[in-house]
Design a protein around this ligand. Structure first.
Ligand SMILES: Nc1ncnc2c1ncn2[C@@H]1O[C@H](COP(=O)(O)OP(=O)(O)OP(=O)(O)O)[C@@H](O)[C@H]1O
Ligand SMILES: [Zn+2]
Length: 751
């Protein structure tokens, strides 16, 4: 019932429903004064009083007083403090997408918006384009560069001048990061009159020619077919799975499609894995297109991100390349969405609002009436099942673009071998053989640090992280212990903390130790270790890749950072040092992930004219997945993996949701999940199976105990119905206030 408006309200006042960033599954209602100068629209940001604070939120509904049926009488509602945007920041498709996500993920509206909005906008900063400027090299600068007038040790200055010299039209100030140029260097150079800065009002007009096509690249028949199939549905929604073996030229397919989209005056959105957005990837796009390309990833400053986002929104950017959350760019005229390496786990957000960028991209594209291309040499079982259900159309590239020879696989059974620091004699001989042939070798070990455990030989003490109950990894060079689970670290002891013995020894093998062992075995080889520890510096990865491509490195040692997307034509041997951990794990997805990893790592060899070889070391040489991958390929493995999931009624054949709770003590965690279970049990007519509560895979993390409750059903609608019916009650449980909890839809892994 409508409460009687008192004297201070009029019928022209509005009630505005706002998403505020709090972990509650509801909107908050406010009044808007009748004479407020900006008309309210769904999708505008507002500031509102919230408790004693002022918060930024997003308008999601506007109603008249008559239509308001909230709990509070209308005159008790507080007033909106201000409307921040003249107009909605979002078009109808993204607003619809938000609504879909809210319903599907059962997530708090404010949390979702926190993910959609670039952080500057979430903080309430104005959605304003900054005036850009262009840096150019001067004639004096050119002379200085040519005449070697730059001081010998001023390497940055020299590099910067060289880059500006290459880019005759200059480099936009907003893009300095893309070129790894620092503002401070430019200021020094400007002081010498070697560079100058011009402020501009509009971005420079692109060339009349959109692309620079490479000479004599003839598309393969399969590439042509794929491009044709996708071009035919550029004006409508359809998801394609471009299932192309490694080095089959998937990127070339993307580039041709993007060209068509741009010619139609539309924009292309390209999502790549977190570690896939290397300067090399970007260079491939920049070399091909004379259009405005913007990137969106976590390496940018908040302001750069905002500026790039605004260029996507205004249509000034024709190509938007980014990681997961770039999916939420507002686009002026979307034409296609491409997800490269669609199987990659980084497309799943694992904190805050948890979503799958692949799934959401398909929904977004259907709202926009545009195609999605999912590309991979090792597609997710999700996408392959969608092919079986006719939801996704599969296009195959079965041949490598440049190489005719097959990659040769060898499995080394470690049970029958003595090892030298983790390396079998056969692998060592293989490395020598390939080095002698002047080729490069890649050794893959997915464990950084020196050793996964530090152990006392006398008393058995081992380096346990008390907060997580798992071992600290020992890092030798900096001599510290780091928990790779919670991130905490401390100095490594030289004496056993328990018995004071000096016999504390590292046990097991990480990349740091492997590099040491390989250096001892091949003292003349140039070795590069590439993992998170050696690539902290921003341009480090880029420098390594240049060195590898330039032939300055003989042996590359690395984690999964090396596994994906790189094109190193001279690598002919890939050694997988230890696949045991990946083969056996409590996660039912472990074989799928391991198969993807092996496919991707192996794909780094044999990419050009030289024949490639892969050597896999394992104690489980008879694991069925290994022989499938080696003898019949990923597709055959995937078929049998899908069969297993169907039989066991596991996702993606069935549908799952998970409640996870954590707290410093176990009891409140269990109580909350028991209470949750009781509420869910009220609807036993719905065909949803409840499993748990049970401890999470990592039961303790950073001092908190973690338990979970699984919901599983072959009927997706019933699963969602159950959650819709119960979420409010669960959220209001008294026991919910004593833990940190969340619900996760289509959960993966444990994090
Ligand atoms: N039709 C073609 N003819 C000759 N070379 C090609 C052709 N198409 C692509 N290439 C080249 O083949 C190499 C591998 O292609 P690309 O990197 O696009 O493969 P990919 O399928 O994306 O590989 P991955 O999945 O391993 O990342 C590149 O150097 C590319 O320029
Ligand atoms: Zn820890």
């Amino acid at each position: 019932m409508l409460s009687k408006p008192n004297g201070s309200t009029t019928n022209h006042e509005k009630v505005i429903s706002v998403a505020v960033n709090v972990p509650l599954r509801r909107l908050f209602e406010y009044r808007l004064a009748a004479d407020y100068p900006i008309p309210p629209q769904v999708g505008q940001r507002v500031t509102v009083p919230f408790g004693k604070q002022t918060k930024t939120g997003v308008i999601l509904a506007i109603s008249s007083f008559e239509d308001y049926h909230g709990d509070l009488p209308v005159e008790k509602l507080k007033f909106i403090t201000s409307i921040l945007d003249e107009q909605s920041l979002f078009g109808p498709s993204l607003l619809k997408l938000y609504q879909w996500m809210e319903k599907y993920y059962h997530a708090p509206p404010g949390e979702i918006w926190q993910t959609i909005l670039p952080s500057e906008l979430a903080k309430g900063k104005p959605a304003e384009r900054s005036r850009d400027s262009i840096w150019q090299i001067t004639q004096q600068g050119r002379e200085a560069l040519a005449g070697n007038q730059v001081a010998k040790n001023a390497i940055k200055q020299k590099l910067t001048l060289a880059k500006l010299n290459e880019n005759r039209h200059g480099i936009l100030h907003s893009r300095l990061a893309d070129y790894d140029i620092q503002y401070t260097t430019l200021k020094t150079l400007a002081g010498k009159n070697w560079v100058l800065r011009d402020f501009i009002d509009a971005l420079p007009i692109a060339h009349d020619q959109i692309t620079n096509l490479p000479n004599n690249l003839v598309l393969t028949e399969q590439q042509t077919k794929a491009i044709q199939a996708i071009s035919q549905s550029l004006e409508q929604y359809q998801t394609f799975l471009l299932f192309g073996v490694t080095a089959s030229g998937k990127t070339e397919v993307y580039l041709r499609l993007i060209e068509q989209v741009i010619l139609q005056g539309k924009q292309a959105l390209v999502l790549v894995p977190e570690i896939g957005l290397t300067p090399q990837t970007l260079k491939r796009f920049k070399d091909r297109f004379n259009v405005n390309i913007v990137v969106l990833h976590s390496g940018l400053t908040d302001q750069q991100r905002l500026q790039n986002w605004l260029q996507a929104k205004s249509g000034d950017a024709q190509i938007i390349i980014g990681t997961r959350s770039a999916l939420f760019s507002e686009l002026f005229s979307p034409g296609i969405i491409i997800i490269d390496e669609e199987h990659d786990q980084s497309f799943r957000q694992q904190q805050g609002f948890r979503y799958s960028a692949r799934d959401v991209a398909m929904v977004r594209a259907s709202f926009e009436n545009i195609p999605v291309v999912l590309g991979s040499a090792s597609p997710s079982l999700e996408s392959l099942i969608n092919v079986d259900k006719n939801k996704v159309r599969r296009l195959d590239l079965t041949e490598k673009a440049q190489s005719q020879t097959d990659v040769k696989f060898r499995i080394i059974d470690l049970k029958k071998q003595s090892l030298i620091n983790g390396l079998s004699r056969d692998l060592i001989a293989g490395i020598r053989h390939h080095l002698d042939a002047k080729s490069q070798v890649l050794l893959f070990l997915n464990r950084r640090g020196y050793a996964p455990v530090l152990l006392c030989h006398e008393c058995g003490w081992s380096s346990l992280c008390q907060r997580c109950d798992i071992h600290y990894t020992y890092h030798h060079q900096s001599h510290y212990l780091q928990c790779h689970h919670c991130g905490s670290n401390r100095k490594a002891p030289t004496q056993c903390p328990q018995c004071q013995s000096e016999q504390v020894v590292p046990v097991g093998l990480g990349t740091e130790r492997l590099a040491e062992a390989v250096t001892a075995l091949f003292p003349d080889a140039k070795i590069a270790r590439i993992d998170r520890d050696t690539t902290r510096r921003k341009s480090a990865m880029n420098d390594y890749v240049d060195a590898i491509k330039g032939g300055e490195i003989d042996i590359l040692i690395g984690t999964q950072m090396l596994a994906k997307g790189h094109h190193f034509p001279n690598v002919t041997l890939v050694g997988l040092i230890d696949m045991d951990g990946a083969l056996y794990s409590a996660d039912f997805r472990a074989p799928e992930y391991a198969a993807q990893l092996i496919t991707q790592v192996s794909g780094r060899t044999g990419r050009s004219s030289k024949a490639g070889e892969v050597i896999i070391q394992t104690h489980h040489s008879d694991h069925p997945m290994l022989s499938q991958i080696i003898h019949s390929g990923y597709a055959t493995f995937a078929e049998s993996a899908i069969e297993e999931r169907v039989e066991a009624e596991l996702p993606p054949h069935s549908f799952a949701a998970m409640f996870q709770a954590e707290a410093p003590f176990v009891d409140p965690v269990k109580t909350f999940l028991q209470d949750t279970k009781q509420i869910l049990d009220r609807y036993s007519n719905l065909k949803v199976e409840l499993l748990g509560p049970c401890p999470a895979l990592y039961t303790k993390k950073a001092g908190k105990f973690r338990y979970q409750l699984f919901l599983q059903s072959v009927n997706r609608n019933q699963l969602h119905q159950l959650l819709s019916l119960t979420m409010n009650d669960i959220e209001s449980l008294a026991s919910a206030k004593k833990v940190r909890w969340r619900v996760e839809i289509d959960p993966v892994g444990d994090s």
